[in-house]
Write a protein that binds this ligand. Structure first.
Ligand code: GLN
Length: 483
């Protein structure tokens, strides 16, 4: 039963082959048995899950239908869940039980999804390896010595290991697409504003966006359907009609113009990954797509701009965790300053502290113009590059990451080498565009992803292209040995 996709689960439940309660029990038992190897969950919510599963079975028995009704999922542990610890992977919030549900959590619950628990993540979503979590590193089910990617690494590892059919993630600079690539999943970062950020603990507010991680594009369509939509509680949510993603998966690729930016094949890209990306291009050409070489001339500035903007916003967002209003409080403070200092020094891990320092520096008087303002200008140039490119092409294709999953600990002494792994994903966040990563082969037994980018609100186009590709390839069906 654990091999079933969301689409297959929906059919099985509709045909009464099994109940949501049976499925939920099976997966909870599987998590208990296998997750100690992976560490993909921070909190399991067994009682809540069984309650939701039984309620979904009753709703189905009463004639209700719906692709998510009774479907087990997990939530990245930065989506607030009423009465359940929402830790953000941090000691700072180890004792935080959210007093309300995030919009995404509430919407999925209303659609009948069954939440089995909260998945592990890099602390405050800062990272590309899921090594910075207060709850320990997550292991990649394809090779337990390697990272699963981050920051949605717990969601990715759990879905890749068939502990869950799908899970939520968030993507500020690649945190859905990159772990999807490194664990052989399909992951989609929607257009900025498509999915509500209300109740999603903020890292960098102008970049953060929630989205689905699943094994197939078909399943990402189902989960995104349950997550997307205008939310008046989020001032950056966009009131744009949400199409029926599942109904639009059968478009022909005949004449689809795919732009391939030369900057995506620069120095630093593993040649074996470049070859797999070219194979995926050939497969799409066979389906009728037309390839056009393009250029995104400002891409080289994306990493420096991102690593100014994201820490700047983080330093501001994380100022609320002061041990008074929110978060860990140190013991026996001498005075208020001591309370702030020690609570924050004890509550935040080293990567988070590094980002707060970088961000506070970039925003400080005298440096603001030199760093933050410059970075915002670069952001506009990158957006303009995409707008020019999308005048000529329908989607853009390239690698998701320059390298396959690295060994746990390999980049610990050099944070910048980890930042460089985000080179292909962060441009979509800076521009606010939707992006998807899909499985495209293996290097040394480790999965490789291909990334597709589309114009604003064209998530449906990404899902359709990925679905057509998946109907003609079988990379996404491979599962890791032992799981
Ligand atoms: N790796 C990037 C960072 O560390 C992106 C993280 C994310 O998307 N949440 O900031």
């Amino acid at each position: 039963m654990h091999q079933l996709t969301l689409a297959e689960i929906a059919r099985g439940l509709a045909d009464k082959k099994f109940s949501s309660e049976e499925l939920t029990k099976t997966l909870l038992a599987r998590i208990a048995q296998l997750d100690p190897q992976l560490n993909s969950f921070i909190t399991l919510t067994e009682d809540l899950a069984l309650e939701q599963a039984k309620a979904a079975d009753v709703r189905r028995a009463n004639g209700e239908t719906g692709a998510l009704l009774g479907a087990p999922i997990g939530h990245k542990d930065l989506f607030c869940t009423l009465g359940v610890r929402t830790s953000c992977g941090s000691k700072m919030l180890d004792n935080f039980k959210a007093p309300y549900d995030a919009t995404v959590v509430a919407k999925l619950a209303a659609a009948g999804a069954v939440s089995l628990g909260k998945t592990n993540m890099d602390e405050f979503a800062m990272g590309s390896a899921n090594e910075s979590s207060y709850y320990g590193a997550v292991k990649n089910p394809w090779n337990l010595e390697h990272v699963p990617g981050g920051s949605s690494g717990g969601s990715a590892a759990a879905v890749a290991a068939r502990l869950l059919p799908a899970a939520t993630g968030t993507d500020t600079g690649g945190s859905i697409r990159q772990p999807a690539a490194l664990t052989n999943l399909t992951g989609l970062k929607p257009t900025y504003g498509r999915v509500s950020r209300w109740g999603m603990i903020a890292y960098a507010s102008s970049l953060d966006q929630g989205g689905p991680l699943a094994r197939t594009a078909e399943d990402c369509a189902i989960l995104l359907q349950g997550m997307a939509g205008f939310d008046p509680q989020d001032s950056t949510s966009i009131d744009e009609p949400v199409p029926d993603f599942s109904a639009n998966l059968n478009g022909s690729l005949q004449g689809l113009r795919i732009g391939v930016p030369k900057e995506f094949f620069s120095e630093g890209l593993d040649a074996r990954i470049a070859e797999l990306v070219h194979n995926s291009i050939k497969a799409l050409e066979k389906l009728g797509a037309v390839i056009k070489p393009i250029s995104l001339p400002n891409m080289q500035h994306a990493i420096p701009a991102y690593y100014v903007i994201a820490p700047a916003e983080a330093s501001s967002n994380l100022s609320r965790f002061d041990g008074v209003r929110f978060g860990h409080r140190c013991e026996d403070p001498k005075d208020l300053t001591d309370l702030y200092k020690r609570s924050r020094a004890e509550g935040f891990g080293p990567e988070v502290q590094r980002r707060i320092l970088v961000g506070a520096y970039a925003l400080s008087a005298g440096y603001y113009d030199a760093y933050y303002l410059q970075a915002q200008k670069i952001r506009r140039l990158i957006k303009n590059d995409f707008m020019t490119a999308f005048n000529e092409v329908d989607i853009i294709l390239g690698p998701t990451t320059p390298n396959p999953a690295w060994k746990i600990g390999a980049k610990n002494s050099d944070p910048v080498s980890a930042y460089l792994e985000d080179v292909y994903t962060i441009t979509a966040n800076l521009a606010g565009l939707p992006g998807l990563s899909m499985p495209a082969g293996f290097v040394d037994g480790l999965p490789v992803g291909v990334q597709l980018l589309a114009p604003y609100f064209q998530e449906g186009r990404l899902l359709n292209v990925a679905h057509q590709y998946q109907l003609n390839t079988d990379w996404h069906t491979r599962s890791p040995a032992g799981f």
